[in-house]
Ligand binder design. Structure first.
Ligand SMILES: Cc1cc2nc3c(=O)[nH]c(=O)nc-3n(C[C@H](O)[C@H](O)[C@H](O)COP(=O)(O)OP(=O)(O)OC[C@H]3O[C@@H](n4cnc5c(N)ncnc54)[C@H](O)[C@@H]3O)c2cc1C
Length: 402
């Protein structure tokens, strides 16, 4: 007997959230189409840190070990002050035992390549700008408008990032994301001549992080409290030098090694007013479209990956879609809202500009580390501890620590 056709899920946006959603829904029995407006999927040239929470979500998709094999282990090194003094020394093994798994870092292009390779053939359409024309209802399919014509969908995923037009269409009165108060620079540079210890350094009004990628190159990021919308008239390399060249080694050498055209600068914005639902009609929001957050906890992409597997768990094609989408919102809104707030608090803490306050903060961090480095890790543990609702992590399932 002929099988009934699979229900059709249309994903608007081919970033990390959209690609993982499409893979998860495909594995749950949906026919998937991903519409990405860019002509090619070329992620920004930077690294991305994946914590054990999103790695477990990737395990559900059969991709966890493939990601781990392309990534460098993170966690060795620690936190430093601007003059180079170590405030906290950490080890990858301590982080792994505190979080039930390792932190890893990989180049975004590697992650995107892997996600695309797990999509069914013909699922991805690039150069395809899409717009939500109708969110649909229980008795009416949703409609997505493209230059090539309208597409009717049983389910639409709004994975169109921080400036989500899908979010605005669903919740037109909701405030837009706001400036988080700082700008971020990212660079990938060749391996340095001298060995260095990975670090994140909290200085006056800014942060600098230096971490190795698996191929030996270095991923570095910096943030600074500046007015929104700025760009350096003499280039971002000069700006980084002005702000960070007198910080400790290896920061000056990394700035010197950066090619100006490779330096990314983005003002950081976040959703300071959270949504109360991530769905309406037949549409669900995932990733930055739902809960854009400051990168201080390196969780935006991780949470997008969690969204994808939780969504696929709830919207089983055999079950009632409205109930499934309500279950998705109920599962995701509290967790992601709390993480957006935690990321904003962390941003305030690591962008202090007042010298005496910085000294007090650094002493408190160093004292906490003397009591036990794991105290520092513990604040992140409730994020990293997360487990997906599906096998092999479903409640009651024993899974070896990775
Ligand atoms: C400095 C910095 C460092 C970060 N570091 C980390 C980290 O280490 N770990 C981590 O987990 N997260 C990190 N993040 C956050 C992470 O990058 C984001 O949370 C994540 O990329 C969001 O993915 P997304 O798929 O939701 O959105 P996006 O990556 O923005 O993807 C949205 C996609 O939708 C497409 N699109 C938009 N509109 C349309 C349309 N109308 N039609 C079709 N396509 C459309 C866009 O072209 C884009 O490809 C960092 C962020 C910053 C700024």
């Amino acid at each position: 007997m002929a099988q009934p056709p699979k229900p059709h899920a249309v994903v608007i946006g081919g970033g990390i959230g959209g690609l993982t959603s499409a893979i998860a829904l495909h594995l749950s029995g949906w026919r998937v189409t991903v519409l990405e407006r860019a002509a090619t999927l070329e992620p920004v040239g930077s690294g991305i840190g994946l914590a054990p929470n999103s790695q477990r979500a990737l395990d559900v998709l059969g991709l966890g070990d493939r990601v781990r094999s392309r990534a460098a282990l993170e966690g060795d090194g620690g936190m430093r002050a601007q003059n180079g003094r170590w405030l906290v020394r950490l080890s990858a093994s301590a982080a792994a035992s505190e979080f039930g798994g390792s932190l890893v870092l990989l180049h975004r292009a590697n992650l995107v390549d892997l996600l695309v390779s797990a999509l069914p053939a013909d699922a991805l359409r690039t150069g395809a700008r899409a717009e939500l024309a109708d969110p649909g209802a229980a008795d009416r399919r949703a409609v997505v408008r493209t230059e090539g014509g309208d597409i009717e969908a049983d389910l639409v995923i709004g994975a169109d990032g921080i400036n989500s037009a899908v979010r605005s269409a669903l919740f037109p009165a909701h405030p837009q994301p706001t400036y988080a108060g700082f700008t971020a620079w990212r660079i990938v540079v060749p391996a340095p001549d001298r060995p260095f210890e990975p670090h994140e350094t909290w200085g006056r009004g800014g942060v600098w992080g230096t971490h190795p990628l698996k191929d030996g190159r270095i991923y570095a990021y910096a943030t600074a409290t500046v007015p929104a919308g700025g760009h350096s008239p003499d280039g971002e390399k000069a700006e980084l030098a002005r702000r960070f060249a007198d910080w400790h080694d290896p920061i000056p050498a990394i700035i010197a090694a950066a090619r100006p055209e490779d330096i990314l600068r983005n003002d950081v914005r976040h959703m300071s007013t959270p949504l109360t639902h991530y769905h309406r009609g037949r549409v669900a929001l995932v990733g930055d479209a739902a809960h854009a957050m400051a990168p201080t906890l390196a969780q935006g992409g991780n949470q997008a990956i969690e969204d994808a597997v939780v969504l696929a768990h709830h919207v089983d094609p055999a079950n009632d879609l409205a109930a499934g989408l309500a279950g998705y919102s109920a599962a995701r809104v509290p967790r992601t809202t709390a993480i957006v707030r935690q990321a904003a608090r962390a941003a305030r803490m690591n962008h202090l500009t007042n010298g005496p306050l910085i000294a007090v903060r650094n002493e408190l961090i160093a004292a906490a580390a003397r009591l036990g480095p794991n105290l520092i890790l513990r604040s992140f543990a409730s994020i990293a501890d997360w487990r997906p609702p599906q096998q092999p992590y479903a409640a009651g399932t024993q899974v070896a620590q990775r």
